[in-house]
Design a protein around this ligand. Structure first.
Ligand code: ARG
Length: 607
């Protein structure tokens, strides 16, 4: 089973694919039959069978319709089956249990369909099915806070959405919404003022100029921050000083702004290097600071419109609604000291994104623990008329990466491991695993390094994406790097195996021929899996669930490996069969390349 049926109802994508998937074709046929029998078309929904040992597809609409129609579901099913009659697409229909319709495709239809898919550079997956531009907010790094294992998730999931929507034909804008304007800035300013009070940045009367060199390196900054943070959390007076400095920064005090610019510059340099190591990029790096002027204007306007209200000295925007089953507190816009907050910048960001990009959807790939924040921001944006109902706002939250002890992942020394170090560790371990498993040992050294990087990245990406994004998972690099089982390296290995078979075939002057009807179970199962790619791409995008595509890719790799065990492609005597088999594995490679590419995994040429 590749995934549990089509999850419908979200309608992110328009429902008119260019080349229909098996389910779409069958759903059409059965929808028409239900309509012919006097029921609604939607009862003809066909899904991939949960019991592949019994049948390939199922339609369970007779049961759904029987209650309202007050008729026996088996009789309804029988009438529908009768109405469908014999068709070239189908080999077999039967009624099971209380009224399920079991369906198998005709082998000749299976082959004809895959011939079309094989001719299509998109492997049957339609483009242009998304209504407009999509803004994806992911990465979410912060100045002076080193990225850690948790940031893998924002980056990996966000990039996957960006690939998916781009592939489906939407213009995509990726933006990492750099955290560069909050209280942590005031904390750093105060900490540095204490260490080096002689520096010109702290002279309240000074208007510059300031030294051309940053006063701190990124390493120093990263060391200062946790200490400053601890201190402010423990000491209310230190916190008050940090908050005051933050407000002064936000109001443009020249020395603080100059200092802040250095903090941002040295941090961004480090962040860019880490993201690059991870193979992740963004179209925009618009930090929270970018929105300062917009926050001022927005808050003034909301005040004038009477939407913003005073509450205990602060300014808030109430967002509760009639019928709320839990309390949704108001969104904080401005503290009593005049400082703007995280939510204020998110609201101003929405206003900017609407004007600048005019998207049909904005997706936030952010830790699921921020769901209340996004609920408040989204409601505020609707209430203030910043984002119309027609534009979809989605918080695609994700769970936590834990260590083997079930707590957030740490190093053996108990520190939070920095992302860059973690990636170096993963690539080094991937290299060792290749030695242990005898993978790519005949390749030159620099190629082995390159393969290790691809294997390491695939291991991380697949381990992350194969879980539903809302679940937590345990960071277990030994497991992720296995060449067997449901892992990234297994998938790369399978794809490379196909490349090598095709190279051997080419050396023997054998080339793919015309795909023919299957003659064995292994062949038929591989062909079915090859036909399911478009539906899994669609479901993954529609429900923001890359795990669906991971399941498909793993299922396909398994079917390929079973097929290759049974069908000795290179030794087959019947030239037409051999040509068909080569065409099937060529298609398997094309589809895997496409799917793994969407998941952010790169397939080496050899391993
Ligand atoms: N920097 C934030 C954090 O560390 C994440 C930003 C997410 N994006 C947003 N638009 N709020 O929590």
């Amino acid at each position: 089973m590749y995934f549990a049926g089509l999850i419908s109802g979200t309608q992110r994508l328009s429902p008119t694919p260019a080349m229909a998937s098996f389910q779409a074709i069958l759903t059409d046929i059965f929808g028409a039959a239900f309509a012919h029998c006097g029921f609604e078309r939607r009862f003809g929904q066909v899904v991939i069978s949960q019991r592949p040992d019994l049948c390939q597809f199922q339609c369970n609409g007779a049961l759904a319709v029987s209650k309202a129609a007050r008729q026996n579901p088996r009789e309804i099913a029988a009438r529908v089956v009768d109405t469908v009659g014999s068709r070239e697409e189908l080999s077999h229909m039967s009624i099971a249990g209380p009224g399920f319709i079991n369906i198998n495709l005709a082998p000749s239809f299976l082959a004809a369909h895959l011939r079309d898919v094989a001719r299509d550079p998109r492997c049957g997956t339609p483009a242009g099915v998304i209504p407009g531009k999509v803004v994806i907010d992911y990465g979410g790094p912060n100045v002076a806070k080193p990225m850690h294992v948790g940031h893998l998730r924002n980056a990996i999931i966000g990039q996957c959405f960006s690939n998916l929507f781009g592939f489906l034909g939407s213009p995509v804008v990726s933006d990492n919404h750099l955290g560069d304007w909050g209280t942590q800035m005031g904390m750093l300013i105060c900490a540095l003022a204490e260490m080096h009070p002689e520096l010109p940045y702290f002279d309240a009367g000074s208007r510059g100029p300031y030294p051309g060199q940053p006063p701190v390196s990124i390493e120093e900054l990263e060391a200062i921050y946790p200490e400053a943070n601890r201190r402010c959390k423990a000491d209310p007076e230190a916190m008050a000083r940090a908050q005051k400095a933050t407000v002064e920064l936000q109001n443009g005090r020249p020395g603080y702004v100059a200092l802040w610019k250095y903090f941002v510059d040295v941090s961004v340099e480090r962040l860019k290097a880490d993201f690059e190591k991870l193979g992740v990029a963004f179209d925009r790096w618009l930090g929270e600071s970018f929105y300062q002027k917009r926050m001022e204007d927005l808050v003034a306007r909301l005040k004038k419109q009477g939407l913003a209200k005073e509450s205990e000295g602060a300014l808030v925007l109430p967002v509760s609604r009639d019928g709320d089953t839990r309390e949704i507190p108001p969104l904080m816009l401005m503290k009593s000291d005049g400082a703007f907050l995280y939510g204020t910048s998110d609201l101003a960001t929405l206003e900017f994104r609407m004007q600048e990009f005019n998207p049909s959807e904005i997706i936030y790939v952010v830790d699921i623990r921020q769901s209340l924040h996004f609920e408040q921001v989204f409601r505020a944006a609707r209430r203030a008329g910043i984002v119309p109902e027609s534009v979809r706002l989605e918080h695609a939250g994700f769970g936590t990466v834990n260590g083997p002890d079930g707590r957030p992942f740490k190093t053996r020394e108990g520190d939070v491991m920095q992302l860059g170090d973690l990636l170096d560790m993963v690539y080094a371990r991937a290299y060792e695993r290749m030695v242990e498993a005898g993978v790519a040992q005949d390749r030159p050294e620099d190629e082995k390094r390159d393969i290790a990087r691809k294997v390491g990245l695939a291991a991380l990406r697949f381990a992350d994406l194969q879980n539903h994004r809302t679940s937590d998972y345990v960071f277990d690099i030994e497991k992720f790097l296995q060449f067997e089982g449901k892992t990234g390296p297994y998938l790369l290995y399978s794809a490379v195996r196909i490349k090598s078979i095709l190279r051997n075939a080419a050396e023997k002057r054998l080339s793919p021929g015309e795909i023919a009807a299957p003659q064995s179970d292994a062949e038929q199962n591989l062909m079915l899996a090859l036909g399911h790619l478009p539906a899994s791409v669609r479901t993954a995008a529609d429900t923001l669930a890359p795990n669906v595509l991971c399941d498909w890719a793993y299922g396909l790799a398994q079917q390929f490996n079973r097929f290759y065990r049974d069908c000795h492609v290179l030794r087959e005597k019947d030239a037409r069969r051999q040509g068909s088999w080569l065409a099937l594995i060529r298609l398997a490679l094309d589809e895997l390349t496409l799917a793994l590419g969407l998941l952010g995994m790169e397939i080496p040429d050899r391993m």
